[in-house]
Design a binder for this molecule. Structure first.
Ligand code: SAM
Ligand code: DTB
Ligand code: SF4
Length: 419
């Protein structure tokens, strides 16, 4: 590939870039998410996004290259994961700036609409009936209650609302599903991204959720295929991948990630990222959770055994590697933030995380108080990400210079773009 810079023939992508150039640097204060909606952005929908960028080969900034690849080998990912820490974070942070505005961190809100009583044996989970934990099974929430919670989340600055149910699968729960479809329509109508996590889904259920306006479906693989059976025995990795395929085929965004702290080895963390980064389309969203240790669960009752609590540097390593191998993906710093200081979380944002869950409750466990996160955002100069906005068409780094290389034979050659 030549490194010579040449002027591009006009194309829709380039027009969008020029638009972004004028708008890509909103003041990094605690601005409301709406102040940034004018930025030119790729749609947060993999199919549309990939179609728009089918001729993009790679981006480079400050001598670091990034591209959306699906042919990563496990060894390649392992060598990124094990780079010297300072090098890894610098690389990831540079890749982050080629695709995302580093001042934007999406605030998302979780709501458990059906809590406890789950038949699965996930050895980390407070909601499994197999373990005696603090969770009391609670009836499914009413549509109106859920919509009120979504409105409160929106008023507090969230742009994504995720409803969780402690189910193995949606299965034959017809009445509950009708209500969930109503919830999805209602939350979508508020202009929020709407996500559900309800266990396994079949193709028809995914299609109905899409028609109701579902943006994304969360279904985690949690760890590598090898380590998975040591954590969960009541369903297989293959079952999880099938639901993810059903979600993708229905045109819903995929949210799929994992948990650190399950007694896994570094090779299992790499293994999970390898599965995700070699899917035909990368998940639009990859949550990285640190285990929230719950008393009564096998992974909560581990005093004296050899499982340590999750190290902030390991979280940053995992996030940075995800950022590099899936550059157009939202990487979400999810459960476990209460065990990390502000400075440790900052390191994770530098590594490429661009989303958090806000509010003092995740599904059943505690999360930082809203005010603490607001202070953190102020301190770091972060603002919320608007709903339905994907990666930047233009680079976001002030004063940076990103080179976008097009596939040979496409109409635009190589473009040098000053931010
Ligand atoms: N029952 C559905 C399922 O398992 O897909 C949806 C809800 S489930 C609680 C959503 C995800 O939360 C799990 O896949 C797991 O990755 C994460 N999770 C659950 N308990 C956790 C814990 N104690 N610490 C960290 N992450 C946890
Ligand atoms: C995800 O990966 N993390 C969120 C969301 N997806 C659904 C859930 C975290 C749950 C933490 C444990 C709890 O609160 O019960
Ligand atoms: Fe059930 Fe989901 Fe918890 Fe597993 S993670 S026990 S499927 S609620």
């Amino acid at each position: 590939m030549s490194t010579a810079t040449q002027t591009a023939a006009p194309s829709p992508v380039i027009e969008m870039y020029h638009h972004a150039q004028a708008q890509a640097h909103p003041t990094a204060t605690a601005a409301s998410p709406d102040t940034t909606t004018a930025q030119a952005r790729l749609p947060n929908d993999a199919t549309e996004r990939n179609a728009l960028y089918s001729d993009e080969e790679k981006r480079s900034l400050s001598g670091i290259e990034a591209r959306v690849r699906h042919d990563w080998t496990r060894d390649e990912i392992a060598s990124i994961y094990s780079l010297p820490f300072h090098e890894l974070i610098y690389n990831a942070s540079t890749v982050h700036r080629m695709y995302w505005n580093p001042a934007e961190v999406q605030q998302c809100t979780l709501l458990s609409i059906n809590t406890g009583g789950c038949t699965e044996d996930c050895s980390y989970c407070s909601q499994s009936t197999r373990y005696k934990t603090f969770v009391k099974p609670t009836p499914t929430m009413k549509v109106q209650e859920v919509l009120e919670a979504a409105q409160r989340a929106k008023d507090a600055g969230s742009t994504r609302f995720c409803m969780g149910a402690a189910w193995r699968e949606l299965g034959n729960k017809k009445g509950a599903f009708r209500h969930i479809l109503e919830m999805v329509r209602g939350v979508n109508g508020m202009g929020l991204e709407v996500c559900c996590t309800l266990g396994m889904l079949n193709a028809e259920q995914a299609k109905q959720l899409k028609e109701a306006g579902l943006t994304a479906y969360n279904h985690n693989l949690d760890t590598s295929p090898e380590h998975y059976p040591k954590v969960i025995t009541t369903r297989s990795y293959e079952d999880r991948l099938q639901t993810i395929a059903n979600v993708r085929d229905a045109g819903i965004s995929v949210c799929c990630g994992g948990i650190l702290g399950l007694g896994e080895k570094e090779s299992d963390r790499v293994g999970l990222l390898h599965v995700l980064a070699t899917l035909d389309e990368h998940p639009e969203s990859v949550p990285i959770n640190a285990l929230v240790s719950v008393e009564g669960t096998p992974l909560g009752d581990r005093e004296g055994d050899d499982i340590d609590s999750v190290d902030a540097f390991d979280m940053a390593r995992m996030i940075a590697t995800a950022r590099i191998v899936m550059p157009r993906t939202m990487v979400r710093l999810s459960a476990g933030r209460l065990s990390f200081s502000d400075a440790e979380q900052y390191m994770m944002f530098q590594a490429g995380a661009n989303s958090i869950f806000n509010g003092d409750k995740l599904l059943t466990t505690d999360n930082p108080e809203f005010d603490a996160d607001e202070a953190l955002f102020q301190k770091l100069g972060f603002q919320g990400k608007p709903a339905h906005k994907g990666p930047l068409v233009a680079p976001a780094e002030a004063g940076g210079e990103v080179i976008i290389t097009k596939i040979q034979g496409s109409n635009s050659g190589q473009l040098e773009m000053a931010a």
